[in-house]
Design a protein around this ligand. Structure first.
Ligand SMILES: Cc1ncc(COP(=O)(O)O)c(C=O)c1O
Length: 361
């Protein structure tokens, strides 16, 4: 059945007009080199696995800590914060959902870039918010001048997704100085791969909320753990939404695993550095193949093949067992987003691309 046209008489009017987010493929049919959903190619820290093992006991019959305090404490220790400045959720997607639900206002448009994380418009629609997308510049850079207008909230990823471009602290602080009447959310899903976190600014700007995830730089996409950092009043707003929705978004295994991941700084630093090193090599190699590559501070690169035939290349790569991401959307349909895998995986990608280009694909 065509999902797009299917409607049930039992759905309420809101559900009838939802356009759900479509996540990157998680194929089950064959083994792919998976460079399509920005997961980390390295396993989680052994300390995370040990913490989860230790929690696999009879206590699973008991509900977990609804506040996930040990996870919050690990984040607080890592960033030098107080626990009441931290909100945690089942992946940063859930945190973002609560932000749209609880901190963005319906009377003015929510502002975010036209090329950005495609879950933002989905949440806006779910929570009946109006949206105004602000076009990125021709080079895909983010310029805040157009954000100086009445709004119900502002959100953008830094580094941006899917472009990988990062802004510095000064540019973001400038936005915070000019926009004090609504919440500004900086989605730092990829910040650990070469950008600067704005978490130090939360003590200065009560309307700043910073969202991070353990899915990328801490190799825990499968565990589902994310968090937000901000003024205690913002956090309290999120807690009110969360406690009106699901008291236990993080299970016992997720709480101990996520806490251990925040504590193992050495493993985290080594993993991030490895990804950055691989990325820099891949960027050079893609440029040698005449790909246009945007500067990336993330664990992926956004790149235009020499002939601009991104969709054909995506399909041909898939046939060869390499999955990358193609967005069939205005302005970016000539680009591919390629997650940084291991050196060996990236070598296969590069060799496959070489063969395909030689065939004039
Ligand atoms: C910009 C951005 N924010 C948030 C997320 C959500 O991550 P998670 O729900 O795994 O924490 C993603 C995932 O790809 C992302 O790209």
């Amino acid at each position: 059945m065509d999902e797009k046209t299917f409607m049930s008489q039992f759905w309420n009017p809101l559900v009838q007009q939802l356009e759900p987010y479509v996540p990157g493929e998680q194929p089950k049919d064959q083994r792919y080199i998976k460079l399509n959903t920005n997961e980390c190619p390295y396993p989680p820290s052994p300390k995370v696995l040990a913490a989860i093992q230790a929690e696999l006991t009879a206590t699973l019959r008991l509900y977990p800590d609804p506040n996930a305090d040990s996870f919050k404490e690990a984040i607080a220790a890592y960033y030098g914060l107080e626990r009441r400045q931290i909100f945690v959720g089942n992946g940063s997607d859930e945190v973002l959902a609560h932000v749209f639900h609880g901190l963005f206002k319906p009377n003015q448009p929510i502002l975010f870039p036209d090329i950005s994380y495609s879950f933002y418009p989905v949440y806006a629609n779910l929570y009946q918010l109006t949206v105004q997308t602000i076009p990125l510049a021709a080079d895909f850079s983010l310029d805040f001048s157009a954000y100086a207008q009445p709004n119900g909230g502002i959100i953008f990823p830094n580094p941006n997704a899917p472009t990988g471009s990062a802004l510095g602290l000064t540019a973001i602080e400038q936005l915070l100085i000019t926009n004090q009447d609504s919440v500004v959310v900086v989605d730092e899903a990829y910040v650990d791969f070469g950008a600067e976190t704005v978490i130090p600014l939360v003590n200065k700007y009560p309307n700043l909320l910073v969202v991070q995830t353990l899915s990328k730089s801490r190799s825990l996409a499968g565990l589902r753990a994310g968090f937000a950092v901000g003024h205690p009043d913002l956090i309290e707003g999120l807690e009110r939404v969360k406690n009106s929705f699901n008291s236990y978004p993080l299970d016992r295994l997720a709480i101990v695993g996520a806490a251990a991941a925040m504590q193992d700084q050495a493993y985290f630093a080594a993993t991030c550095q490895q990804i950055i090193d691989t990325r820099e090599t891949v960027v050079t190699q893609l440029k040698q193949l005449d790909f246009h590559v945007l500067p990336s501070a993330a664990n992926f690169v956004f790149t235009r093949p020499p002939a601009g035939n991104a969709e054909a290349l995506y399909l041909a790569l898939k046939e060869q067992g390499v999955l990358v991401r193609h967005f069939n959307k205005p302005r970016i349909r000539e680009y591919l987003r390629i997650t940084i895998g291991t050196d060996a995986e990236m070598q296969v990608l590069l060799e496959t691309l070489q063969v395909l280009l030689a065939k004039k694909l």
